[in-house]
Design a protein around this ligand. Structure first.
Ligand SMILES: [Zn+2]
Ligand SMILES: [Zn+2]
Length: 297
């Protein structure tokens, strides 16, 4: 998508002044900072990098911050996840070939299966005409990615894996979770994982896909508001990206609330929630209740 309601009237990059031919839209979970105010013993969270549909002006690729246009949830006509769609997890790097990593991958396979099959968390998305999919077996890529890899490189690499048959060809009927190894950071233009963002979802070619989430190895700070456990860090971000892939496969063209996707809205006032199988998740805005989804506390 070249333009959404938020960027329809921005014709010049405010950072460098060059004209904006179009905008690249990426669904991003921003990092948070947490302050402890000792006097009242109160934990306050504020958004250093608010989650939402991040806008990159083209061709200069600077990130701009469009003003919020709406607080009403709206469907923009783009592709949505349907019953029977497929997830495939991709574990990238020699780290995942080590025997000591097998437990971590096993747990993540369960996490994705649980997130997708939870009748309340995932099934509740039927209010958005979004279906429930399935998980097929994972793929391990033993070659290491570079220590810093751009979103464009990731998209290109994914297309290569599909054409070589390394990963399943899901076409537009599914999406990939790409798990990066420790020590590798992902970047979108000048934004770098764990500094500006926790994780994100995107498409390599608009409504034609392939669709994917990028999951850097859990960040030490800014991405877990509930526990100290790295798995919980990952599930809070992954749950958000999976829900937002499903409800907004080509970022900005599906269900959005102004400049936000439906989890971003609940990210702003984060509450620790768990699905029935115990994983910590980010909530999504339930339009039928005009409230964020609530699971186990
Ligand atoms: Zn836009
Ligand atoms: Zn610019």
């Amino acid at each position: 998508m070249d333009r959404c309601d938020s960027c329809r009237n921005i014709f010049k990059c405010p950072i460098c002044g060059t004209s904006s031919d179009s905008f690249r839209h990426v669904g991003v979970r921003g990092t948070k900072s947490r302050f402890r105010i000792p006097v009242v013993d109160y934990n306050l969270t504020y958004d250093k990098q608010p989650s939402g549909i991040w806008h990159y002006s083209q061709p200069c690729n600077h990130r701009v911050h469009p003003a919020t246009t709406s607080s009403i949830v709206k469907y923009n006509g783009g592709p949505l996840w349907q019953d029977g769609y497929t997830w495939q997890n991709i574990y990238w790097g020699s780290y995942y070939t080590k025997p000591s990593s097998s437990q971590w991958m096993k747990r993540l396979e369960l996490v994705v299966a649980h997130l997708e099959s939870d009748t309340s968390y995932s099934g509740g998305l039927s209010t958005y005409n979004v279906g429930t999919g399935k998980l097929i077996g994972p793929v391990m890529i033993p070659q290491d990615p570079p220590s810093q890899i751009s979103n464009d490189q990731i998209a290109k690499t994914l297309i290569g894996w599909i054409s070589s048959g390394t990963v399943a060809d899901l076409r537009t009927a599914g999406a990939y979770n790409i798990f990066l190894p420790p020590g590798t950071t992902a970047s979108i233009s000048g934004d770098v994982s764990c500094n500006s963002f926790c994780d994100y979802h995107d498409t390599a070619n608009g409504p034609n896909g392939p669709f994917y989430t990028v999951e850097p190895y859990p960040c030490a700070q800014g991405c877990n508001q509930c526990t100290q456990d790295p798995l919980d860090t990952l599930t809070q971000g992954l749950s958000e990206e999976m829900v937002e892939v499903k409800t907004d496969m080509d970022p900005g063209t599906g269900w959005v609330i102004g400049n936000e996707e439906i989890c971003d809205y609940c990210d702003a006032n984060f509450v620790c929630n768990r699905i029935a199988t115990g994983e910590y998740v980010n909530s999504w805005y339930d339009k039928s209740k005009n409230a964020c989804w609530i699971g186990r506390k």
